[in-house]
Design a protein around this ligand. Structure first.
Ligand SMILES: *Cc1c(COP(=O)(O)O)cnc(C)c1O
Length: 452
């Protein structure tokens, strides 16, 4: 199988090349040149374990990786999860299921993709000879998950920039208390926007990026999307057979990556009825699907910070299919969005997508209500999915993070703080971070001195 760019001006890439490059050279995002039809495989796959299912699924895409290697990569990636079911489905009520995606090493769903991506990178280093230096900026969950994907791996180093004092203390500990020599937590004296600007400037210096074999960690990598398809499929199989075809997945959404992964399965003939895009007060996608108007606004920090996103970067992949797999039609739309921050889409697939929006007051209320009704504690991101649940249809809520990651919000909502042993253990470890000024030359000097 080959991978093509949504913008059509990149030659087809192998799976491994597409994963290594991340963003396509023409500025587009990679997609499989042909999506497989899964309908004939569903019966055989329905009783597979999580790792088996992941292996069967990836075999269809990662056709340039030997089977035994792929099998080792997949098994390793999910051996770090603390729950034997990896992604257990819990029934809270007659029609209400929760898919718990927080049993990975950093207690958020990003582990599903980044554990796998870390092992794919390691394989590529071993196969290609050269080491790899990953550079990223984070406001929380992604940085921690990326770090734990590469922890202690030979011939890799990871540098994560974050704004000093502006990530939660536990998130900082997940990045700065690993004790691994190849992990560099770089606390910038500035904002998240400063960290992102520095990152852009560092990658913009192409000679520097090439010299140190820099790789970006971001949500647009093709392997991340495919890894996320697997838990939708696994959850769908765990539903009673009679409920499968009517089920709606409810997805706390930021940049559209997670919901896109589920939706792609429908393009592979998996009969999923619908998806609800659950946003916080940064509601660009809620507005888009209700009015057709894509309109970027300023980010308003919320109690669900990992969804504080206004540019839904993975939307471009959906757009590619929406315009009939015509990259010539994608390019002018993306150019216009980049130039003006706005676009009007006259017809969007509104029958398969519904949306909801939860502001901070709603989030606190929904955490409380879910606890009272179901004796179940949800984190502030997952809480957004409980807004406007339809009691008459089967809903599968994706629980994207463990509530113990957000103790301050939980205390505000419930008067107690949930705990998790892995976070408790972190509290006794020393923090190892490097304070740097918000200045690209300081960051480049640090990377140059510590790159592998
Ligand atoms: C990243 C994140 C999200 C948003 O995911 P997208 O792929 O950007 O839609 C939601 N919840 C949590 C806990 C996250 O870390």
């Amino acid at each position: 199988m080959k991978f093509i760019s949504t913008r059509g001006q990149t030659e087809p890439h192998s799976f491994s090349r597409a994963v290594a490059v991340g963003l396509a050279p023409d500025g587009g995002l990679f997609l499989p040149d042909l999506l497989p039809d899964l309908s004939l495989r569903l019966r055989a796959w329905s009783t597979a374990s999580y790792a088996e299912l992941c292996m069967e699924f990836f075999r269809l895409f990662a056709t340039d990786i030997p089977e035994e290697t792929l099998e080792r990569i997949v098994h390793r990636s999910y051996a770090t999860f603390s729950h034997p079911g990896i992604a257990p489905l819990r029934r809270l009520d007659q029609n209400l299921h929760v898919l718990e995606l927080f049993h990975g090493p950093t207690l958020a769903f990003k582990d599903f993709a980044l554990q796998l991506l870390g092992n794919l990178y390691e394989h590529q280093c071993a196969a290609g000879g050269a080491g790899i230096n990953v550079l990223g900026a984070t406001s929380g969950d992604t940085g921690a998950a990326a770090i734990h994907g590469l922890l202690g791996k030979p011939r890799t180093a990871i540098f994560i920039l974050y704004p000093e004092g502006r990530v939660s203390p536990l998130q900082e500990r997940q990045m700065a208390c690993t004790g691994a020599a190849n992990v560099h937590a770089l606390a910038i004296d500035g904002s998240f926007d400063d960290a992102q600007r520095i990152l852009k400037e560092a990658f913009g210096d192409q000679a520097f990026a090439a010299r140190h074999r820099l790789s970006a960690v971001n949500s647009i990598n093709l392997a991340r999307i495919l890894a996320q398809c697997v838990y939708y499929l696994h959850a769908w199989f765990q539903l009673p057979a009679g409920e499968r075809e009517d089920a709606e997945f409810v997805v706390p959404t930021g940049n559209f990556g997670n919901v896109l992964a589920g939706w792609l399965l429908t393009r592979m003939q998996v009969p999923i009825r619908g998806f609800r895009i659950a946003t916080n007060q940064n509601d660009i996608l809620h507005r888009l699907f209700n009015t057709g108007e894509y309109q970027v606004e300023a980010v308003r920090p919320s109690l669900a910070p990992s969804m504080d996103i206004q540019v839904a970067s993975n939307f471009e992949r959906f757009l590619y299919y929406a315009v009939g797999e015509d990259s010539a039609a994608v390019r002018p739309v993306m150019e216009r969005i980049q130039a003006t921050g706005a676009y009007y889409f006259p017809k969007l697939e509104r029958d398969i997508f519904s949306t909801s929006r939860a502001d901070d007051a709603d989030i606190l209320h929904l955490i409380r209500q879910t606890h009272q009704r179901y004796h179940y504690v949800v984190d502030p991101h997952t809480a957004c999915a409980f807004q406007g649940l339809n009691p008459d249809r089967t809903s599968v809520v994706l629980a994207t993070a463990h509530p113990a990651k957000f103790p301050a919000v939980m205390r505000q909502a419930l008067d107690f703080e949930p705990t998790h042993p892995s976070l408790e253990e972190l509290k006794s470890r020393p923090i190892v971070k490097h304070r740097l000024p918000a200045d690209v030359s300081a960051v480049k000097a640090y990377v140059a001195a510590h790159a592998v």
